[in-house]
Design a protein around this ligand. Structure first.
Ligand code: 13P
Length: 252
């Protein structure tokens, strides 16, 4: 049985005081031993505060990206061991905003994925298609290419210590959520592809999160799909009540 994982991606939001308040409100609203796993991914600059606040809680800490290199002249980047030292155990890689706005290629994302694993961070590897790709019937081809880049870089067992997040780009921040059937279809496809590269047992254990306009009202229906193992939550993770309601929807 896969444990549902709810991850909050705060993106570039919040001020230091607001981030502290949000963390306190989330911790206060959670049961002491939830049946689901929770991770929050604040901005890099809030990680030290967050690590301190979360130290005795059940909430894990993740970064929103990680450098593909380990050290040196990489201005503006943050290395995996720096994140691990701060208490991060997770790192998002390949978010569509990184791919689309900052030109991160499949190859670069695969290197970032590798760097996360090298430093003991679990990658939360994001994949997903644009609206025109879905409308052209190319969703599976896009997912396949994104997955293949990681397999070619990291080998057939790449996803034994990783999470995949299916985030259709047209659903991110738009209020337009994938239907439970669309989400299930894409997740099942991803799981089958992983099974073809690795083996069926490992693919069955893999957690695949859905992201894209998850809200308290739609979370439970999405999480009840057989291949949906939780969510990567953007906007709603910035509101403690909404995020907590989504977490409770993960208590299946
Ligand atoms: P929204 O939940 O705001 O649509 O964002 C999803 C996302 O990009 C999480 O990484």
């Amino acid at each position: 049985m896969r444990t549902t994982l709810i991850a909050g991606n705060w993106k570039m939001n919040g001020a230091r005081g607001r981030a502290r308040e949000l963390i306190q409100a989330i911790i206060a609203g959670l049961p002491s031993t939830p049946n689901y796993e929770i991770v929050i991914c604040p901005s890099f600059v809030f990680l030290p505060d967050a690590a301190e606040a979360l130290a005795t809680s059940c909430v894990g800490l993740g970064a929103q990206n990680v450098c593909d290199q380990d050290q040196g002249a990489y201005t503006g980047e943050v290395a995996g061991d720096m994140l691990a030292e701060l208490g991060c155990r997770w790192a998002i890689v390949g978010h569509s905003e990184r791919r689309q706005l900052y030109g991160e290629s499949n190859a670069l994302v695969a290197s970032r994925f590798a760097a996360a694993q090298r430093h003991g961070l679990t990658p939360i590897f994001c994949v997903g298609e644009k609206l025109e790709e879905r409308e052209a019937g190319a969703t599976e081809a896009v997912l396949d290419e994104q997955l293949r880049a990681v397999f070619e870089h990291q080998g057939a067992q790449a996803f034994r210590s990783a999470i995949i997040a299916y985030e259709p780009i047209w659903a991110i921040g738009t209020g337009r959520t994938a239907t439970p059937e669309q989400a299930q279809g894409a997740h099942a496809y991803i799981r089958n592809r992983v099974a073809e590269y690795d083996d069926a047992g490992a693919a069955a254990e893999l957690r695949i999160l859905y992201g894209g306009s998850v809200k308290p009202e739609n979370a439970q229906t999405l999480f009840r799909q057989p291949d949906v193992d939780g969510g990567l939550i953007g906007g709603a993770s910035l509101h403690a009540d909404d995020f907590l309601a989504i977490c409770r929807a993960g208590d299946l």
